[in-house]
Ligand binder design. Structure first.
Ligand code: 0X9
Ligand code: ZN
Ligand code: ZN
Length: 305
């Protein structure tokens, strides 16, 4: 049974996706962008008031790393809040009137499922590579952004295996293909991870500052302040390379270099006490505070159009 305050399994999330789309036809549509390695449908929700023309949009994804369960929980929460508050919250109403938000609740579905059934700490995809007995690659090292140059491994048994080629992971290929195809409309790329309470932006594959560094930093600081205002949760903002570590092949750097200016990686609660095993009692407060940061960024993107 689906609950916004529990860590739902993939089957429950998929039923929820289907029912939320069919119950809100004026605000939600869904599309399958491809299947995972093990054949599960990567189902994308598009939220927004239909306008007849192509609106500018935001792409939000969750669950790139299997064990980061709070991440898919946030994407589900975001959809719920958007639908509940459209028409009453002025910020959400103008967001969905003026833009579309694409939400991919789980990218790495095979890994997410494996983390529920077999190994709670699984991170990677579940693809099979001939010549190795180790499965999977790190999807956040598999994007074509300085691929496998730093902070990634070419050893298939490593937790940060970059894959055999850029976009070798079918899930990464489907996401990259969708973003490339819709690149003229996509103004922001937001990807949700855990943990560490960080709001990161490019670059992570190099210490070079992004061309839009000052604007990305000030929007990140505003978003972090909005988040902190609810429960006092403290976030650190900055470029990935200097804020956590150098690591190439990430989706944020790839989207930014493609031309999506507002490209952010969230690392949600906590700072390590529970780590990836964040208790279900923290789903609601974590999602409520994160909503404020996402809405802050979205408002800035709407305003900048
Ligand atoms: O290492 C990662 O992929 C992310 N941290 S996590 O603990 N969730 O695995 C940080 C990603 C930052 N961005 C890039 N490295 N491009
Ligand atoms: Zn992650
Ligand atoms: Zn709420």
């Amino acid at each position: 049974l689906h609950s916004y305050t529990k860590y739902n399994t993939w089957d429950t999330i998929l039923s929820w996706i289907n029912s939320i789309a069919s119950s809100n036809p004026s605000l939600v549509s869904k599309q399958v962008i491809g299947n995972t390695f093990e054949g599960r449908p990567m189902t994308l929700l598009k939220l927004g008031k239909s306008s007849g023309t192509t609106k500018p949009s935001i792409f939000l994804d969750c669950g790139i790393h299997a064990r980061e369960w709070i991440s898919p929980a946030f994407c589900q929460w975001f959809v719920k809040e958007a639908l509940e508050t459209y028409g009453s919250d002025s910020q959400m109403t103008s967001l969905l009137d003026q833009m579309d938000v694409y939400v991919l609740p789980v990218i790495n579905i095979d890994g997410y499922e494996y983390s529920h059934t077999t190994n709670r700490m699984w991170r990677k995809t579940r693809s099979k590579l001939s010549g190795s007995s180790c499965l999977g690659a790190d999807p956040n090292r598999n994007f074509d952004a300085g691929w496998c140059t730093v902070g990634a491994s070419s050893n298939p048994c490593s937790e940060t295996f970059c894959g055999s080629t850029p976009e070798s992971e079918i899930e990464v290929k489907h996401v990259a293909d969708f973003i490339r195809k819709n690149k003229s409309s996509i103004k922001a790329y937001l990807t949700i991870h855990s943990y560490s309470q960080l709001l990161l932006f490019p670059y992570s594959y190099s210490y070079n500052l992004a061309a839009d560094h000052s604007e990305l930093m000030s929007v990140a600081q505003g978003a972090s302040a909005a988040l902190t205002s609810l429960y006092g949760t403290r976030y650190t903002s900055g470029p990935g390379a200097s804020t956590i570590y150098l690591a190439a092949g990430g989706s944020d750097d790839w989207a930014y270099d493609l031309g999506v200016k507002y490209s952010y990686t969230f690392e949600l609660r906590d700072t390590g006490y529970h780590g990836f095993l964040l208790p279900e009692s923290q789903i609601k407060p974590t999602c409520e505070e994160t909503m404020l940061a996402v809405k802050y960024i979205a408002a800035h993107v709407v305003f900048s159009q």
